[in-house]
Design a protein around this ligand. Structure first.
Ligand SMILES: *[C@@H]1O[C@H](CO)[C@@H](O)[C@H](O)[C@H]1NC(C)=O
Ligand SMILES: *[C@@H]1O[C@H](CO)[C@@H](O)[C@H](O)[C@H]1NC(C)=O
Length: 611
């Protein structure tokens, strides 16, 4: 702050980013920090008269001197509270199985198995690069991993689960040449303990993107089509500043987006979300709402604040942070809140130590800054069934890419949006496994989080095959999990009276909550598809066999068409999920079940799930 520096402006800037202490030097410099840092670096108090350079913004007062800081700190209430739970409340990391690949993308399928996709050339020559993990065989390595095959290199692709009646997985883009045009589809089959036989299907002569893309994002639109956006032609190549739609409509074309051109190369894997009023895109340190029909910009939102030392810190690859939509509650008329955590800066690779959130559709929206307990880049965020968010993996410093960040952040943190602002973080358990570039966090149907990957290629940290889970506190609480059955797995918008039969071990039917978590593909901090909704629910009858009536969300802008895991929570304890689909009518209108109509692809057809 060369011309406006004063104790008041410096201290309030620091406070805005969650720093309790501020110091000024040379009249115009402002530094933010913590008391503890002054102590640990051995700073001492000098004579007051050493500080005799007037503040640039308030010459009546002194702002430090030559190599001397004028030091101030907040007294009174702390600016934030970080909870430090102990024991089971910290959650735990647990090794579950050795791996066959270092995945760069994982997806929990509607068959309750987890798809792992590795780039070509990372693993040993005998790997197929693509495996499905069946957790029912977790103690039998050879059965746990079923090999599948892709024809082109999925480095670095995007993915979503399609809203068709079988929940096919779609993977787009890659590296290099024809692979960047790649459109790969997998129809998940089998069930836990029962191996599937289906494989990835792909033929770029039949089905390809309009523009080749390395690092694109994919998203299910409210109208059931798939949006594919952004990327580059290849590593450090020219940008691909366009978006396109699958299945390709009549006369479909790639729409040019000048703002992706302008912010290249810091906008890759942009974060995209369906909003009631359009499509929210977050890229580099910018955000805007697009018209969902034309993809023209409707609203330019304020830029995302960076870190305290650099307002230009960014949030998307390679400055890679992570982003989610916070839970939506009935009657779903609050503006949606987007949460973006971590990131880094192009200039000095200082990882961002805050999360910022915004109701993009509120009048005059602003970003709220909440300081995280540590700096994080290449971090992942996983929505949990109880409406909290696990922030995990990544590094303390650096940017995303090979050999560009060597100091792992081994500590998980939990963000609970139902707590007051600046009191939402809990410092959770610590792992011994570095999860750097190409690492993932994936919600499992039993409420644990599968932690995989790390492909740092830095000669320091391992190329990581070990697969862990993070057990959130509810898993370790000792409380018996609830369970439920559901016959209706194909929901219409606004449908009421959806019956589930639930066993609620606590016996407290009043404590039952039901959440709905969309299918996710996790790659590069981007949880493509993520969405959490809580449902209106009323339970009655004996707790061992209660009847609960659910009401589906009202429309495709609150819950885009697709597959969601339904979790029943008995107080804090979620049980095992069941998958449902919502919006099949819209998906059918978009022709998803009959797409693509080529000999090398199998299609499930239209209609309801059980037909
Ligand atoms: C590849 O071969 C190595 C050495 O024989 C073996 O340890 C590994 O499990 C094999 N990987 C796969 C995916 O078959
Ligand atoms: C969904 O909207 C996109 C953008 O306007 C359009 O290209 C696509 O055809 C639409 N899909 C359907 C099924 O109408």
């Amino acid at each position: 702050m060369p011309t406006s520096n004063s104790a008041a402006t410096c201290l309030s800037l620091c406070a805005q980013f969650g720093y309790m202490a501020a110091a000024m030097e040379y009249g115009s410099e402002c530094y933010c920090g913590d008391d503890s840092y002054l102590i640990s670096t051995g700073s001492t108090q000098g004579p007051e008269q050493d500080c005799r350079i007037p503040c640039s913004g308030d010459p009546n007062y002194m702002c430090g001197g030559n190599d001397r800081l004028s030091y101030y700190k907040w007294v009174g209430d702390p600016l934030y509270v970080w909870h430090t739970p102990t024991g089971a409340d910290m959650g735990s990391y647990q090794f579950i199985i050795g791996g066959v690949v270092i995945p760069l993308l994982t997806t929990t399928g509607v068959n309750n198995k987890v798809m792992f996709l590795e780039k070509s050339g990372t693993g040993p020559p005998n790997t197929t690069g693509t495996y499905e993990l069946d957790l029912a065989f977790i103690n039998d390595f050879s059965k746990a991993w079923r090999p599948l095959h892709v024809k082109t290199d999925i480095f670095c692709s995007g993915g979503v689960t399609l809203p068709d009646k079988v929940g096919r997985q779609l993977n787009v883009g890659g590296w290099s040449g024809t692979a960047t045009y790649g459109v790969r589809i997998y129809w998940p089959d089998g069930s836990p303990g029962v191996p599937g036989v289906n494989d990835w299907q792909e033929n770029h002569n039949e089905l390809a993107l309009l523009n080749g893309r390395w690092y694109p994002t994919a998203m299910i639109m409210a109208n059931g089509s798939v949006l594919v956006i952004g990327g580059e032609i290849g590593a450090n190549g020219p940008p691909v500043p366009t978006c396109e739609v699958l299945p390709r409509p009549q006369g479909g074309y790639a729409k040019y987006l000048d703002w992706l051109q302008r912010t290249d190369p810091n906008n890759l894997y942009p974060f995209t979300f369906v909003l009631p009023s359009g499509i929210l895109v977050i890229y580099y340190n910018e955000a805007r709402i697009l018209d969902e029909v034309t993809f023209d910009t409707k609203t330019i939102l304020p830029n995302l604040p960076g870190s305290v030392n650099n307002p230009l810190s960014g949030r998307t690859y390679p400055l890679e942070g992570t982003a989610v939509i916070l839970p939506q509650y009935p009657p779903y008329n609050e503006p949606l809140t987007i949460l973006v955590c971590g990131g880094s800066a192009e200039r000095d690779h200082m990882a961002v130590d805050n999360c910022v959130s915004m109701q993009a559709e509120a009048p005059n929206p602003t970003w709220l800054i909440e300081r995280m307990p540590s700096q994080r880049v290449m971090t992942c965020m996983c929505a949990l069934p109880d409406g909290t968010y696990l922030i995990i993996n990544g590094a303390l410093h650096g940017i995303a890419g090979f050999d560009l960040a060597k100091e792992p952040n081994l500590n998980a943190i939990l963000y609970n949006p139902s707590l007051p602002v600046n009191q939402r973080f809990s410092v959770m358990a610590t792992t011994i496994v570095a999860r750097l570039y190409h690492s993932e966090a994936m919600l499992l149907p039993d409420g644990r989080v599968l932690i995989s990957g790390s492909d740092p290629q830095d000669g320091k940290n391992p190329q990581e095959y070990r697969v862990e889970v993070f057990n959130p506190p509810y898993i370790l609480s000792g409380a018996a999990p609830p369970s439920f059955t559901i016959d209706n797995r194909d929901w219409n918008y606004g449908q009421g009276g959806i019956v589930i039969i639930a066993n609620i071990p606590s016996g407290d039917l009043g404590s039952v909550r039901v959440s709905m978590l969309a299918a996710v593909s996790s790659t590069h901090g981007n949880s493509m598809g993520q969405r959490t909704l809580f449902l209106a629910v009323a339970c009655f009858g004996p707790p061992g066999e209660a009847t609960c009536l659910l009401t589906a969300p009202p429309n495709e802008h609150i819950a885009p068409p697709g597959w969601y895991q339904i979790f029943v929570l008995d107080g804090k304890r979620p049980g095992h999920s069941n998958w449902i689909r919502i919006g099949g009518v819209i998906a059918d209108a978009a022709g998803i079940g009959d797409w693509p109509d080529f000999p090398d692809f199998s299609t499930p057809g239209l209609g309801s799930i059980d037909s």
